[in-house]
Every structure is written in structure tokens, then in C-alpha cells.
Design a protein around this ligand. Structure first.
Ligand SMILES: [Fe+2]
Ligand SMILES: [Fe+2]
Length: 246
């Protein structure tokens, strides 16, 4: 089943659709604010310029969701007002460039893996609008990977990157991907609001990340760091994390 118009959706489907879109507009608006602050905290003009560019792109992604939610008779301003402060939302320090570099490599990319699901959504207006969003996100991630490689050249800086990464990644997996199983997941799969199980999406994300970490010296946080914040992990996900430890 596919829905091409806002007036075709109702009931439980619409409710779940709005919940997923709320999650995305939270992420897009919070990320716009992160990059906005990064204009000040970045160490050089090249990075400041990129931060400004990325902030504008995240604002455009937010606008897309804003319009889609309006078409569904929701109040996006009220929705956005319900989100925690951007730094608190992602568990990072917005005035610290290192936190922002880790964010770009870690958290922003987790969002992209969710958007890959939304691009295939049974709600076509949403699916169609995500192609452009993903193209922008590729650039953000390229910059995140480049920054990691820059940090990795200096063992002291890499160690600092690792400390922040150990804190941010478990929180990111817990927040960005949500629960592994449950009725909400089943509903999304049955109605084409997502195409893959959470386990598969998380694993795809981590395997991509591992590909970029390989050879830099950066390792996955110990499993204890995930258990400490009660981040649910499938057995197959634990195996990926265990495959690159210090
Ligand atoms: Fe975005
Ligand atoms: Fe992004």
C-alpha cells in the first residue's frame, strides 16, 4: 500500500507517520543548531565555512519536514518547541570542536541511515523528498571522515577523539535507532514505514563506520559502555563492535 496525498492517511498509520516525522524534525533542527554553533567553535575558516553550509542544509531539511507536517494538519512549531536543547538532545558540548567533529562522524550519520529507510517509505511525499537530503548528508559524512583522519595523525588528538567517541556512540545508538523489537517496529514494517529491521539498520551503520575506522587507530567503545546506559544490542551487533576493539 502506498499513499500519495496527505488526505489519504488517517488513524494508526497517520499517528505513526507523525511520530517518525517528529523524530526526524527533532534531529534536523537540533543538527542545524549544532552546526550553527560550530561556526564559532571550529578552529579555522575552512571548517567555519563548512559549518555554515551544513547549518543551511540542515535548516532546509527541517523546512521539508515542516511543510510535510503542516500538510498533515500538524503544528510543527509546537512540535519543535517540545524538543530538548540541541546539546542536551545529542549529549554533546556545543562549544567544543572535538565534540562536534565526533558528532559529525557519528550522530549525523546515524540519522542518514534512518533516512535511507524513509526514502523507501509508503508515504510517497516524504519518500520523494529524502533523495536530496541524503545527497547533502553524504557531504557531511565525508567531512566527518576527513576530520577523523586529521585527528588520527596525532596520537594525542586521537586519544581525545576516542574518549568523546566512547561516550557519544552508545548514546547515539540508543537514541537514534530506538528499540530492537516490539509492536511499533512490527507496525512500521507491516505498513512500509520502514523496510528493514532495527538490527539490520544498526549493523549497516556500524559496518560502514568500521570501514572508515580501519587503519586510523580508532576502535569501538567497549561493550560495557553500551551496557552501562542500557543500550539494547542484538547479538550480531555485539559481534561487529567486538571486531574492532583496542
Ligand atoms: Fe539533515
Ligand atoms: Fe547532516
Amino acid at each position: 500500500m502506498e499513499y500519495r496525498n496527505p488526505n489519504e492517511v488517517s488513524g494508526d498509520y497517520k499517528e505513526m507517520l507523525v511520530r517518525l516525522m517528529t523524530r526526524q524534525i527533532y534531529a534536523e533542527t537540533a543538527t542545524a543548531e549544532v552546526f550553527g554553533r560550530a561556526i564559532s567553535s571550529a578552529p579555522n575558516w575552512r571548517e567555519k565555512e563548512l559549518a555554515a553550509e551544513f547549518a543551511a542544509e540542515e535548516a532546509r531539511h527541517s523546512r521539508g519536514l515542516f511543510n510535510l507536517l503542516t500538510d498533515l494538519d500538524e503544528d510543527p512549531e509546537a512540535i519543535i518547541a517540545g524538543r530538548p536543547d540541541a546539546g542536551e538532545f545529542w549529549g554533546i558540548d556545543l562549544d567544543n570542536w572535538l565534540d562536534i567533529a565526533v558528532f559529525n562522524f557519528t550522530v549525523d550519520r546515524a540519522g542518514s541511515h534512518q533516512i535511507m529507510e524513509y526514502r523507501e517509505s509508503s508515504y510517497v511525499p516524504w519518500a520523494d523528498s529524502q533523495e536530496e537530503v541524503l545527497a547533502d548528508e553524504e557531504d557531511h559524512y565525508d567531512n566527518g571522515v576527513e576530520n577523523l583522519k586529521e585527528f588520527a595523525k596525532d596520537p594525542e588528538k586521537l586519544a581525545e577523539f576516542q574518549t568523546v567517541f566512547d561516550r557519544v556512540l552508545p548514546n547515539c545508538i540508543k537514541r537514534a535507532f530506538g528499540r530492537l523489537e516490539g509492536p511499533d517496529n512490527d507496525f512500521c514494517l507491516e505498513h512500509g514505514l520502514k523496510r528493514n529491521k532495527t538490527e539490520a539498520i544498526v549493523n549497516r551503520y556500524l559496518e560502514e563506520m568500521r570501514g572508515h575506522m580501519d587503519g586510523t587507530g580508532l576502535t569501538f567503545p567497549p561493550l560495557a559502555a553500551f551496557d552501562a546506559i542500557k543500550c539494547e544490542l542484538a547479538g550480531s551487533t555485539r559481534d561487529i563492535l567486538l571486531s574492532l576493539q583496542r
